[in-house]
Design a protein around this ligand. Structure first.
Ligand code: NAD
Ligand code: WQD
Length: 336
């Protein structure tokens, strides 16, 4: 297939481009580089020995996007492009709705105009909202989201469902990721957050490499085994393979929703302990007040992806830690 990947120069996108190329697909990446790096794509070419077409373009720019579809004979789209910082989304909600929601509608219009109706969308476990019981299952309703980022993902899911109801040429896969971490085992591509990391894993690895003094663990009194929050962390390469499988199974029209997680939860303290055991590098930490909007614990029921896509997360926590550290220690300052 000839696959257009929006946001392919970012963290999950670049790993997915590598898997697509390894599987024999051709890839065109569209990215405005607001949080991605063209270097990631050059390194993907080094890993795979194959080339990637790159178009620097904002998905909200109808004309440029139309030109990209005109210049390449695209069969399907994997849509990663968007903004993802939960805290920032509270301060600049319009930027999130504009990029994540409006960006997706412009993309779908450009796809339809080009006769492309297969779409895999990056959604998030956050759409289950605050009241959902664990483990999360795909047939649960979307719940109350707590921030514009989460609301933008829920809105896009609704829009894509409406689109499929209105026009039976569309086949859409909604992939709800849990907590992706880790890096390509080569250590050549990985997560490169700008500024202070919002997420736990890059924060831990930046403390370990000496870029930050210590980790603040948000909350020590949650109703979990050790009092810290529990999440379902999965290896980014497993997640990338999930995209490949979702894409390759996407033939009949309709909406297909899958959780992509391991199916088990790990606490923040267990994360720090495992990182230290695997890398033999100490991560100083202190307990800090809980972070607004954090849920105590959630993880996936990932049996639907196993049954329908033949996908399950194969890489364990130690491998996630090893690969994170390999990337971080080979690239202390990320791509810069
Ligand atoms: P990322 O920021 O590394 O990648 C997103 C890419 O999209 C970046 O390269 C950025 O430059 C590009 N981009 C942003 N807006 C654009 C626009 N308007 N036009 C063109 N390119 C644009 O993020 P990621 O972690 O790789 O996440 C990819 C997708 O997965 C996002 O949609 C995110 O919301 C979703 N997601 C991420 C996580 C996570 O924990 N990382 C979890 C669930 C869902
Ligand atoms: C994990 C745990 C923190 C940083 C977010 C988004 C979610 C999805 C994935 C996109 C929590 C704790 C963190 C730190 C800490 N993204 N923590 N100290 O919040 O589960 O999910 O990323 O869709 O929508 O909300 O991930 O990595 O930020 O936090 O103690 O410095 O680590 O409190 O319990 P989260 P995270």
């Amino acid at each position: 297939m000839n696959v257009l990947v929006t946001g392919g120069a970012g963290y999950i996108g670049s790993h997915s481009v590598a898997e697509l190329l390894e599987a024999g697909h051709d890839v065109v990446v569209v990215d405005n580089l607001c949080n991605g790096s063209e270097q990631a794509l050059r390194r993907v070419e080094g890993i795979t020995g194959k080339s990637v077409s790159f178009e620097e373009c904002d998905i909200r720019d109808r004309e440029s996007l139309g030109r990209v579809f005109g210049n390449h004979d695209i069969d399907a789209v994997i849509h990663f492009a968007g903004l993802k910082a939960v805290g920032e989304s509270v301060n600049v909600p319009l930027a999130y709705y504009d990029n994540n929601v409006h960006g997706t509608t412009v993309l779908c219009e450009a796809m339809a105009a080009a006769g492309v109706f297969k779409l895999v969308f990056s959604s998030s476990a956050t759409v289950y909202g605050v009241e959902a019981p664990v483990p999360y299952q795909e047939d649960m309703p979307r719940g109350t989201t707590l921030n514009p980022y989460g609301t933008s993902k829920a809105m896009v899911e609704t829009i894509l469902e409406d689109l499929c109801k209105a026009d039976d040429r569309w086949a859409v896969s909604l992939l709800r990721y849990f907590n992706p971490i880790g890096a390509h085992p080569s250590g050549l591509i990985g997560e490169d957050p700008q500024g202070i990391p919002n997420n736990l894993m890059p924060f831990i690895s930046q403390v370990a490499i000496g870029r930050r003094d210590g980790l603040s663990i948000f909350g020590s009194d949650y109703p979990t085994e050790d009092g810290t929050c529990v999440r379902d962390y999965l290896h980014v390469v497993d997640l990338a393979v999930g995209h490949l499988k979702a894409l390759e199974r996407l033939s009949d029209p309709g909406v297909y929703t899958y959780n992509l997680g391991t199916g088990s939860g790990v606490s923040v303290l267990e994360m720090v302990k495992t990182f230290t055991e695997v890398t033999e590098v100490d991560v100083p930490y202190r307990f800090a007040p809980p972070r607004d909007g954090d849920l105590p614990a959630f993880w996936a029921d990932s049996s639907k992806a196993q049954e329908e896509l033949g996908w399950c997360a194969e890489k364990g926590l130690e491998e996630m830690m090893r690969d994170t550290w390999c990337w971080q220690s080979k690239n202390p300052e990320g791509y810069s």
